[in-house]
Write a new protein. Structure first.
Ligand code: DGL
Length: 439
């Protein structure tokens, strides 16, 4: 079988037909996948193929590693763009119909000329990865690149990180914990539609992020995404208290149990802070203190459901940490109330076993909003007696990142006490009634 490349236009002759289309990656090695002109994919068994003709070779993807800068204007602040990946730096590959070709930061900037009026932009391609595939090692890579930029450019006003939206809030939490006392804004920006399409939300998200960096004294890690489905305003959202709660809407990101930090009006060029103490964790008398993740640390998440078995829990027996995403105010099926729920007692024994093996077990809630309070009901109290640590009002994702960060850098007893502290704004002392999504 001749060597084919993703995106080649080919013609396949089988015993009884001839098929034309675009060769795309196949999950099965004995099947060739063809993207037909209709846009639908068709699988052809290799054993049925008599001949394959390459009608037109795929265009070579442009080099994805690059760095550079745009000529500087002394009156403008300096911003660096560190490109990671995601839809914001992808484009619809019309030859295959899939969003797959990665664009460089340079190509991204070519689409947004207005950025040049806001700041002197340096850029660097750090990675070209879809965010669902990112790991702790990527957080370490980004933190190191941020420090290199700060060291290299004394007048750096801030950094923008174009990133996939699926796990953008994991990375914003990770960088928040890693870069203690960061003295510039680090703004993560995603988009729900690729930048090569006129309707993309990327332009406004990036421009609002640059405006916010250029015009405010904010320090720390935050997210900049659309406020609603119109194209008028973006929100600056807290790095440790934000979740992506819609698969495709432009306003998919919402702050959880707290106010957004600020609103940026794209057309009026106006910035309104929505919280007063937005630099609460910045101390100008101290330096940046960076800690990293242990790349191969095992920390898990187990979502509670109505038929949890002990094996669901014992699967984490070699893990250092486990987030139990429980229900309501902080519950997990560990009690038997009748013969039908007797198996739950074995769940409890498995959790006990994990804790005895020095696994730090945290309990968060599947309720996106509100605070875990395990003292209200007896089952919750019994879980605390087991040694489970309440996750307060943290999202499951932030709790997971915080636990992994602490386990990467501290001994177990310190981990449990630090987990209860509000380190980077991840815990709200109070949750106001209006801090809830109004459906
Ligand atoms: N694969 C998804 C990611 O990189 C694309 C979604 C997006 O970037 O909006 O998160």
């Amino acid at each position: 079988m001749k060597s084919l490349n993703f995106g080649d236009h080919i013609e396949i002759t089988t015993k009884n037909q001839s098929l034309k289309g675009i060769y795309i990656n196949s999950p099965k090695k004995d099947v060739i996948i063809l993207k037909k002109n209709s846009g639908y994919n068709m699988g052809v068994n290799k054993k049925d193929i008599k001949k394959i003709k390459v009608v037109k070779k795929a265009s070579k993807a442009k080099k994805v590693k690059g760095k550079g800068s745009i000529k500087t204007n002394k009156k403008l602040p300096n911003i660096t763009i560190l490109k990671i990946g995601g839809t914001i730096v992808s484009k619809l590959d019309y030859s295959t119909g899939a969003v797959s070709a990665k664009i460089t930061a340079e190509e991204l900037l070519e689409n947004i000329p207005e950025l040049r009026k806001i700041a002197n932009i340096n850029y660097k391609d750090i990675a070209s990865i879809m965010s669902e595939s990112m790991r702790f090692s990527h957080y370490n890579l980004i933190a190191k690149e941020i420090q290199k930029e700060i060291k290299k450019n004394k007048n750096l006003k801030g950094i923008i990180i174009p990133h996939g939206t699926d796990t953008l809030h994991y990375t914003s939490s990770a960088l928040s914990f890693m870069l203690e006392n960061i003295n510039i804004p680090i703004i993560l920006v995603g988009s729900q539609r690729s930048s090569d399409r006129g309707s993309s939300d990327s332009f406004i998200n990036l421009t609002c992020a640059a405006q916010f960096i250029a015009k405010t004294d904010f320090k720390g890690v935050a997210i900049c995404m659309h406020e609603d489905i119109s194209d008028d305003t973006c929100l600056i959202l807290p790095g440790t208290k934000t979740n992506k709660i819609h698969t495709s809407r432009r306003d998919a990101f919402k702050s959880i149990n707290t106010q957004p930090i600020a609103r940026v009006d794209y057309f009026k060029n106006k910035i309104d802070f929505l919280t007063k103490n937005y630099n609460k964790f910045y101390d100008e008398s101290k330096k940046i203190n960076t800690k990293y993740f242990k790349d191969n640390l095992k920390v898990g998440i187990l979502k509670s459901h109505s038929n949890i078995h002990p094996e669901n829990i014992s699967a984490f027996k070699n893990y250092k940490g486990l987030i139990l995403e429980g229900t309501g105010l902080g519950h997990f099926p560990t009690k038997s109330f009748d013969p039908l729920s007797k198996v739950n007692e074995k769940n409890r024994k498995e959790i006990e076993r994990l804790i005895k093996k020095n696994c730090v077990v945290i309990l968060t809630s599947q309720c996106t909003y509100g605070r875990v309070n395990m003292n209200i009901y007896t089952p919750g109290r019994e879980l605390i007696e087991l040694g489970i640590v309440p996750g307060k009002d943290m999202t499951t994702e932030t709790a997971f990142i915080k636990l992994a960060f602490l386990l990467s850098n501290y001994k177990k007893e310190q981990v449990k006490s630090l987990f209860k502290e509000n380190l980077r704004g991840e815990i709200s002392e109070r949750i106001l009634p209006h801090e809830f999504v109004d459906y």
